[in-house]
Design a protein around this ligand. Sequence first.
Ligand code: ADP
Ligand code: ADP
Length: 224
Amino acid sequence: KAMVEVSGVTQRFGTTTALSDVSLTIASGEFVTLIGPSGCGKSTLLRLVADLLTPTEGTVHVAGKTARAAREAQDYGIAFQQAGLLEWRTVLRNVELPLELHGVGARERRARAEELLEVVGLADVADKRPSQLSGGMQQRVAIARALAAKPALLLMDEPFGALDEMTRERLQDELLSIRAREGTTVLLVTHSVSEAAYLSDRVVVMSPRPGRIAAVVDVDLPLR
Ligand code: ADP
Ligand code: ADP
């Protein structure tokens, strides 16, 4: 069963063609990474799946619905490079947000958010505001928030970028175990070939000018 279906998508920004006739199907439960040089359209593709952009041409479906309907149904969690946290909320209340949108009660929300902050190693800053944290810590809050509602689909744009090696490896392994437990489908953008090989079932290699899929590699390495 397909979780993500991108068909014949072209994305233009003025005279720039960010993506040209891109098609990609991601099966339910699959872990796919997007790699390629800067400007090849990785972020654009992710934003199309998240319905943060509407394609110039082509269609995007998520969980059998249009990207718009999937967004309205909160079918996915997102963690992008710019953490996108709400400054007027504490760290804890940021992580609770997706649970609020799902109508989860206050007590359960709090317990789940505290558990996730524990997982990303930020239990002791739960009551701080995002701007009081370092960039790497904000990224970890964004990862916790993306995981909060146990979404069927996780969209991540270089979520481990600003993290030190130890934290990165711990969070990568945590992501793999969450995924093994929940059967989460993951689409993740990275600059790191080793990260792609370690984490994913399939690596989609993109090339720029215009952005296209240059190769798709099935990963069959006994790394995990
Ligand atoms: P990455 O590290 O993924 O290459 P970028 O710096 O290319 O990140 O992009 C960061 C953000 O800026 C994205 O949301 C992207 O859509 C936007 N962006 C990239 N290029 C342009 C541009 N030429 N004009 C306006 N926005 C852009
Ligand atoms: P990547 O994530 O692979 O670095 P992007 O998807 O950020 O690539 O960008 C692909 C191309 O589209 C780049 O040429 C970038 O400058 C351009 N682009 C991305 N977002 C915008 C935007 N909002 N406005 C104008 N150009 C953009």
